[in-house]
Write a protein that binds this ligand. Structure first.
Ligand code: ADP
Ligand code: MG
Ligand code: MG
Length: 250
């Protein structure tokens, strides 16, 4: 589903990613962990196509297609979803209307007709019930006065509706409270299937108590320095990152 080969990237002439190799197959959940400043958010931004970063070497394939030259919207239309891609507040545009527009733009970009209104309503109902969302929430203005948990809920709802091939959830270092953790985890667990893949980027081992990854990668100083199973997250929680640094230099 997603394959990254020898990815190097810089921002303002500073090298941040120094040769990332990663392959995520359909049906898999991968987690990337690592100390602050390792390059986790940079990696997620680059996969989504953020133009503030310069890819200096390497390739990114989505479903076999090289996407590293595509604009962020094009990648989104092809099935890349990054959390917090749409964090803007839009007074007067409801959660529902925003997602209707996003879905129809995606369909148009893929040469499909707009989704018929009744099908759209059905899908909104299904997904919002699956995620146990309050009906009133759907008519609120996008992100306006949303709490942290509500932002997460909206994000997971967008993901449920857009049905991306690869969902990248960058759970930035700033506080995810327990409610938000559960919302994200429940959403991911309910939405993952054999036709999509999930990349969870997190500083918190705790999130991985709820979302059990197939693979855990440790990103340090712009490189993946270790890969393991779900146990690796527990080991990191217990021992921190220093032992990996020592393994590296040994
Ligand atoms: P992480 O998400 O692992 O904490 P980041 O990807 O946010 O790490 O950052 C990696 C490094 O790149 C840090 O040293 C950070 O200061 C730097 N960096 C990231 N984005 C920018 C930017 N837009 N301008 C300058 N430096 C940046
Ligand atoms: Mg950080
Ligand atoms: Mg980060």
């Amino acid at each position: 589903m997603l394959q990254i080969k020898n990815l190097h990237a810089s921002v303002e002439d500073k090298d941040i990613l120094k040769g990332i190799n990663l392959e995520i197959k359909a049906g898999e959940v991968h987690a990337i962990m690592g100390p602050n400043g390792a390059g986790k958010s940079t990696l997620s931004s680059i996969i989504a196509g953020n133009e503030n970063y310069e890819v200096t070497e390497g390739e990114i394939f989505l479903d076999g297609e090289e996407i590293s030259e595509l604009a962020p919207e094009e990648r989104a239309h092809k099935g890349v979803f990054l959390s917090f891609q749409y964090p803007v507040e839009i007074p007067g545009v409801s959660v529902t209307n925003f997602i209707k527009t996003a879905i129809n733009e995606k369909r148009k970009a893929n040469g499909e007709e707009e989704m018929p209104a009744n099908e759209m309503l059905k899908k909104i109902r299904e997904k919002s019930e699956l995620l146990e969302m309050d009906r009133k929430f759907l008519s609120r203005s996008l992100n306006e006065g949303f709490s942290g948990g509500e932002k997460k809920r909206n994000e997971i709802f967008q993901m449920a509706m857009l049905e991306p091939k690869i969902a990248i959830l960058d759970e930035t270092d700033s506080g995810l409270d327990i409610d938000a953790l559960r919302i994200v985890a429940n959403g991911v667990n309910k939405l993952k299937n054999e036709n999509n893949a999930v990349l969870v980027i997190t500083h918190y081992q705790r999130l991985l108590d709820y979302i059990v990854p197939d693979f855990v990668h440790v990103l340090m100083d712009g490189k993946i320095v270790k890969t393991g199973g779900a146990d690796l997250a527990l080991e990191l929680e217990e021992k921190g990152y220093d032992w990996i640094k020592q393994e590296q230099t040994a």
